[in-house]
Design a protein around this ligand. Structure first.
Ligand code: AMP
Length: 212
C-alpha cells in the first residue's frame, strides 16, 4: 500500500491532474466526504487528508510514504529526513511583506525603526529581516494575518500572496517579496527504499505530467 498525504484545498485540487497522469483517481470528494482516508482507483494507493503543516510530519515518521506540501511549510517547520525530488510548480504564490497603504514602510526601514511584524512564518520572517538588518518584534498568528495592521496589532505582516486580491480587499500593499513558493513532492526515505518500484512509478508520472 502506498499512502499519499495531501491537504484539502489548492494542494489537493492541483495534485489531482498529476495523479491522473499516473493513472490514479481519488474516488471521493474531500469537500463533501468526512473521511480522512480516501480510496483511489488503484487498490494499492490511498490518500490521507492532513493539515498542510502536518504533511512533512506524516511523511517523516512514515504515517505516509509521500506527500505534497508547500515550500513555505518545509522551510518554516524543518524538513529533516525528507527526500524532495520534485518542484511540482503547483499552488504557486510568494511570501511577502505587506503593510497598510498609509504606512510608510520605506521610511520606517530607513530610519531604523523597530517594526512590529505579525506572521505565521516567524522563522522565515526573522531570517529575512535579520538579513536586511531591520529590527523586528515578531507576533505569531495562526490565521487572518491581514487583520493585524488594520487593528494596530502590527505594522506589517509576512504572508503568502497569490493574486493579491486579499491584500487589496483589506487596503494592504505588498512592499517586499521575500521568496517564490510552490508545492514540493516529499518522500519518506525508508519508503523510498522499501517500496522503490511503486514510488518510482508515481514520481515518473508526476515528472511526465510536469514536462507536458
Ligand atoms: P490572494 O488573495 O490570491 O493573494 O491569496 C492570499 C490568501 O490566500 C492569503 O490568506 C494567503 O495566506 C492564502 N494563500 C495564497 N496562496 C496560497 C498557497 N499557495 N497556499 C496556502 N495559502 C495560500
Amino acid at each position: 500500500m502506498i499512502t499519499l498525504a495531501l491537504s484539502k484545498g489548492r494542494i489537493f485540487e492541483e495534485t489531482m491532474p498529476l495523479l491522473a497522469g499516473a493513472g490514479i483517481e481519488v474516488t471521493e470528494d474531500p469537500e463533501t466526504s468526512r473521511k480522512l482516508i480516501l480510496p483511489t482507483t488503484r487498490a494499492d494507493v490511498r490518500v490521507v487528508l492532513v493539515r498542510a503543516s502536518d504533511v512533512p510530519t506524516y511523511v517523516q515518521y512514515g504515517g505516509a510514504d509521500l506527500g505534497v506540501t508547500g515550500l513555505d511549510v518545509l522551510l518554516e517547520n524543518g524538513n529533516q529526513g525528507l527526500y524532495q525530488p520534485l518542484d511540482l510548480r503547483i499552488a504557486a504564490c510568494r511570501l511577502s511583506v505587506a503593510v497598510r497603504a498609509d504606512y510608510d514602510y520605506a521610511s520606517a526601514v530607513k530610519q531604523g525603526s523597530r517594526l512590529k511584524v505579525a506572521t505565521k512564518y516567524v522563522g522565515l520572517a526573522r531570517d529575512f529581516f535579520a538579513g536586511k538588518g531591520v529590527h523586528v518584534d515578531l507576533i505569531k498568528l495562526y490565521g487572518s494575518m491581514e487583520l493585524a495592521p488594520l487593528t494596530g496589532l502590527a505594522d506589517a505582516i509576512v504572508d503568502l500572496v497569490s493574486t493579491g486580491n486579499t491584500l487589496k480587499a483589506n487596503q494592504l500593499v505588498e512592499v517586499e517579496r521575500i521568496m517564490d513558493i510552490s508545492a514540493r513532492l516529499v518522500i519518506n526515505q525508508a519508503a523510498l527504499k522499501l517500496k522503490r518500484e511503486a514510488i518510482r512509478r508515481i514520481v515518473d508520472a508526476f515528472e511526465r505530467a510536469l514536462r507536458a
